[in-house]
Write a protein that binds this ligand. Sequence first.
Ligand SMILES: [Zn+2]
Length: 158
Amino acid sequence: MALREELQRAGLPAPRALVRLLALLRDSPETHLRLADVMRLAAQNELPTGQLGLARQLESLADHGLLGRLPTTEAEAVFDTVPEAHAHLIYEEDAQVVDLHVSPETLLAILRHALAAWPGEVAVLARLPARAAGSDASVDRTAADGGFHRPSGQGFPR
Ligand SMILES: [Zn+2]
C-alpha cells in the first residue's frame, strides 16, 4: 500500500512532508529511533527538522499505529519503524536492540536459553494490549491460549 493511503486509512492527513518522513523512517536501516536520530535523518534528507514539529509527527504516527514504540523503561521515547508487535533483545553492555520476528515457540526457546545461560540476570518485559486489562472476553481468550491465570478475572495482577 502506498504510504499516502496508509496515512489516510489510519485517519491522518497526508501532506507531502509527512509522507516523506514516513518513507524515510520505513527505509531507515536502523529501526529503533529516538527524536534526535529522526532529526538527523531529516536533516540529511532535506526534510523540515524542527524538533517540536518532528516530535508531534512521530507521536501522531505512533498513536495511529504507523510506528511502534519500543517497550523501554527509558524516559525518552524510542520509536520503532516496524509497527507490528514483535519482541526485542536488548544487550545491556552496549544498549544494542535486536528485533525478534520469530514464532512464539522460537521466542520461548530463546527465553529459556537466556534464562538458563544467565540465571537471575535476565529481565523480561511484556507489553500487553489494552484489552488485556478489560473485559471477560479477553479473560476467556487468554485462558484458551493456555497462558495466564488471572485470580480475580479482572485483568492481570498489578
Ligand atoms: Zn523493533
